[in-house]
Write a protein that binds this ligand. Structure first.
Ligand code: PEP
Ligand code: MN
Length: 294
């Protein structure tokens, strides 16, 4: 049975997360530091679709300089008829591709029952926008000792996002990364509106790493590169991006997926931009063999 947190008659806002309390958190994932001086790029498809797709995705994002590999196996889809992800076999395919190419992996955890499977092999557990206020999931993740990437809900205020992160910190998990992925506004031309002010605000007021997902924020691959560069310019600690070897065939979110060529273009353009704001790209990951023998 899950532990019931003791009632504390104090409803002050996010106090562990706010600056002023202990020093800034840096999340270390297989030797890659998120929230430090170096900018981190996490890339891969929206959803794991099979061994060949993940092999192609992992090799192309690694070649272009990504440090971590993404891929969802449990997909929270708006329609119950849409592809829901491969489930557990998808996690194994993702992790195998990551191991082979020396890339730590991130995948979404949708419910408490999936946590043990994730802890076997996944390096960062992602809480999706739709689950940002799933408080029982947050409480359960506060008790694990594995980094959690917390996406901002698309209807959540910054304060609600901070308080969701506070659930993780309050339960003892310090390894929390905030991720802005766009919010719902009155604008119908774009899937969401990327709230870069919230990124600058979070960098100023929270002591957690903040990364930006320009793929879900725009829903349109033509807008991903400009918004990724803007995120780097405004002080984000990194990017979470969708890249697919063949976006037109993608089972999920193809319209916002970069091709490997365009991802390479982004990485080429990112380096001078980061230099202009006093940062640099994170080190390339260890060679595959070195990670294998970890
Ligand atoms: C995702 O990253 O694949 C995803 C579902 O994102 P979000 O929760 O931001 O919609
Ligand atoms: Mn997606």
């Amino acid at each position: 049975m899950s532990r019931q947190p003791a009632y504390r008659p104090d409803n002050s806002p996010a106090k562990i997360l706010r600056r002023g309390s202990p020093e800034s958190v840096r999340v270390n994932v297989g030797g890659i530091e998120i929230g430090g001086p170096r900018f981190v790029v996490i890339a891969g498809p929206c959803a794991v679709e099979g061994v060949e797709q993940m092999e192609a995705a992992a090799s192309s994002v690694r070649r272009a300089g990504a440090q971590l590999l993404r891929g969802g196996a449990f997909k929270p889809r708006t329609s119950p008829y849409a592809f829901q992800g491969m489930g557990e076999p998808g996690i194994h395919i993702l992790c195998e591709a990551g191991r082979k190419h020396g890339l730590p992996v991130i995948a979404e955890v949708m419910e408490i029952a999936q946590i043990p499977l994730m802890l076997e092999q996944v390096d960062i557990l992602q809480v999706g926008a739709r689950n940002m206020q799933n408080f029982s999931l947050l409480r359960a993740l506060s008790r694990v000792r594995r980094p959690v990437l917390l996406k901002r809900g698309f209807c959540a205020t910054v304060q609600e996002w901070f308080l969701a992160a506070e659930y993780l910190l309050d339960g003892g998990n310090e390894q929390v990364i905030l991720c802005e992925r766009g919010i719902r506004t009155f604008e119908p031309e774009l899937r969401n509106t990327l709230d870069l002010s919230a990124v600058a605000y979070a960098k100023l007021h929270a002591r957690l790493p903040v990364i930006v997902d320009p793929s879900h924020a725009t829903g349109n691959r033509d807008l991903v590169i400009p918004m990724a560069l803007a995120a780097a310019a405004c002080g984000a600690d990194g990017l979470l991006l969708e890249v697919h070897p063949n976006p037109d065939q993608a089972l999920c979110d193809g319209a916002q997926a970069l091709t490997p060529d365009r991802f390479q273009e982004l990485m080429d353009r990112l380096a001078p931009l980061l230099a202009a704001v006093g940062r640099s790209l994170g080190a390339r990951p260890l060679p595959a063999q070195a990670v294998h023998s970890r």
